[in-house]
Design a protein around this ligand. Structure first.
Ligand code: PHE
Length: 449
């Protein structure tokens, strides 16, 4: 049996978990949500959701992971003999696997766009819509991109918790923060900066309605990567002196800062080019390459550097998130079935790689293959993000807030009595009432709203 890994430093632990949280959602979804739901008014609501709904769930996951120091399935098995509650772990590892299968497809796109941008293919006036559709519609390009990306993830995970995942995060996260800082500084010089700034930060309280609040809640939950086994697994590698509450503040702080800064990168460029801001893949793969060219039409070299850095940013954000999806499944296989880490990681890489081929082709050759009216990619996204994640979130809060032995929870939060936990009562109140109720509302809204 291999020795169980653990993080070497607190900073490493924070950067690794923040890497799980910072992902494509921060960059292509958050800014547009802010813009359409009232600017700074939305940011305030979002912050409240992070603090009152997301962070209590995150700390609950930390309690489960660190108190057992096991993979997500083993952790719930140790904490309960009731098969209903044990099932949360299975759900967490299962959903991580399913998300990996389609997240790696879009991650592969970031790799392709990064390479294309370096090769100068995203330069100059061209039909970026056709460029995108030719790429995703091809038989082999998106597949190769996804599989190469998966191999990069594998390469990191197989090296272990400290030498692989933590070490990579300690390089990639500072790099990501540096890049986003550089891009924001570049944006200051664009003529559309004041407009972009206004779009993002001017509070428009007339746009604040139930829909805005529920969107903020859903976004905070997705953005913090909750309920998918990743944070339970990562926290099982935290050392005994890691302050769980403080760590959750740091992670949420990094995640939210990256999300807000992304807005300062995207909108000044969008307004300089005079196009309308939209969201999702079409924003980053069709609108933005065009926008970067127009925004820097005087200085093509700047456009080259700006777009290269931007796709590198997306690539790093996607990579750290994919690692956090691969690791829970690898840890489970290796700990529960006694496989070596290397072998377990290969099983995950090959099976998820195989399934991801189907998802990668669902924008082209397999477009016609619809299940319940959805392509394979959309089906994976719907089942995981809309169904399983919220359900998992509610179950985790109920489990930690009401089922788990309260003394064990308190001991874990106080590092066996060594720390004072002034927020214990507030946290318990949130975990017992506020978070589960809020998640149920988001769930109902996303399904029927
Ligand atoms: N938090 C990631 C993002 O903001 C999304 C994600 C969710 C990644 C769940 C992994 C698991 O993009």
């Amino acid at each position: 049996m291999e020795k169980r890994g653990s993080f070497g430093s607190k900073l490493g632990a924070v950067l690794t978990a923040a890497g799980a949280a910072v992902g494509l959602g921060n960059i292509w979804r958050f800014p547009t949500e802010v813009g359409t739901h009232g600017g700074a008014a939305f940011i305030l609501i979002y912050l409240a959701c992070v603090v009152f709904v997301g962070m209590p769930v995150m700390v609950s996951e930390f309690v489960i992971g660190r108190s057992t120091r096991k993979n997500a399935i083993g952790a719930f098995r140790q904490l309960s003999d009731n098969c209903f509650w044990r099932n949360i772990g299975v759900q967490g590892v299962g959903v991580a696997f399913l998300i990996l299968c389609y997240y790696v497809v879009v991650s592969g796109w970031t790799l392709f766009y990064g390479v294309s941008s370096l090769a100068g293919q995203l330069q100059g006036a061209r039909d970026y819509e056709a460029f995108f559709h030719d790429f995703v519609g091809s038989w082999w390009m998106p597949v190769v991109a996804a599989l190469v990306f998966m191999l990069v993830v594998h390469w990191v995970v197989v090296r272990g918790v400290k030498e692989g995942i933590e070490r990579a995060s300690k390089v990639m996260m500072p790099m990501l923060l540096l890049i986003i800082g550089l891009l924001v500084i570049c944006s200051f010089s664009m003529s559309g900066f004041p407009q972009g700034f206004d779009f993002l930060l001017k509070p428009d309280f007339s746009k604040v309605n139930v829909d805005a609040v529920l969107s903020a809640m859903g976004q905070s939950f997705y953005s913090l990567s909750l309920a998918m086994g990743g944070l339970v697994t990562y926290s099982s590698y935290f050392t005994g002196d890691t302050n769980l509450m403080k760590t959750s503040f740091s992670i949420a702080g990094v995640d939210t800062s990256v999300a807000i800064l992304s807005g300062f990168v995207i909108f000044p460029a969008v307004f300089t080019a005079g196009v309308s801001p939209d969201a999702g893949p079409s924003l980053v793969f069709i609108t933005l390459p065009n926008v970067f060219n127009m925004a820097f039409s005087q200085v093509p070299l700047l456009s080259y550097i700006f777009s290269g850095l931007f796709y590198l940013l997306l690539f790093l954000a996607a990579l750290t998130s994919c690692i956090s999806l691969h690791e829970p499944v690898t840890a489970y296989l290796s700990e529960e079935y006694g496989l070596s880490r290397r072998r377990a990681a290969w099983v995950v890489t090959s099976v998820a790689g195989l399934v991801s081929v189907g998802c990668a082709l669902s924008f082209g050759p397999l477009k016609g293959l619809l299940i319940g009216g959805m392509s394979l990619f959309d089906l994976f996204d719907f089942v995981t993000a809309k169904l399983i994640l919220p359900l998992g979130g509610v179950l985790i809060t109920v489990f930690v807030g009401r089922v788990m032995d309260r003394r064990l929870v308190e001991q874990e939060l106080s590092n066996q009595g060594r720390l004072r936990v002034p927020l214990l009562r507030v946290w318990l109140l949130l975990v017992r009432w506020v978070s589960p109720a809020a998640i149920v509302l988001v769930f109902i809204n996303e399904l029927f709203g």
